[in-house]
Design a protein. Structure first.
Length: 135
């Protein structure tokens, strides 16, 4: 009985701790000029965080979106514990991104994505999902 009470108390205390807020955070857009055209590309994106029910508590799930000129070029699930690679196309060119997560606080995830266009470095996007956000 005491063990069940202790487990229930620990679960309740864990649920009261800091949690990554659900929502969307934007990366500051960057401009890149392809060598084959004169028109600059606006490379940006966002990180979506959802809270998924898991027993009595919930856990965060993250998805990265990389955009070129306002159109989604790559997207995929972003784990909190390992780097992932994405690929896509935009404006007729192949794109890839290496996204690396870093926990900067208990409930704050920072993701940095190095974006390559045709194997040329084009942008470095940073997203930070945490407990509070500047509005």
């Amino acid at each position: 009985m005491a063990r069940a009470f202790t487990l229930a108390l620990l679960t309740a205390l864990a649920a009261c701790g800091p949690r990554t807020t659900a929502g969307r955070v934007e990366a500051a857009p960057q401009f890149w000029r392809p060598s084959v055209t004169k028109e600059a590309w606006r490379i940006g994106g966002h990180l979506e965080t959802r809270r998924i029910r898991s027993g009595l508590a919930s856990r965060p799930e993250h998805e990265v979106f990389v955009t070129v000129n306002g159109q989604v070029a790559m997207q995929g699930e972003m784990p909190r514990d390992r780097a992932v690679e994405f690929s896509g196309t935009a404006e007729g060119s192949g794109l890839s991104a290496l996204c690396t997560p870093r926990m900067v606080a208990r409930a704050t995830l920072q993701v940095t994505c190095l974006v390559l266009v045709a194997n040329e470095r084009a942008a470095s996007l940073t997203f930070t999902a945490g407990t509070t956000r500047a509005e």
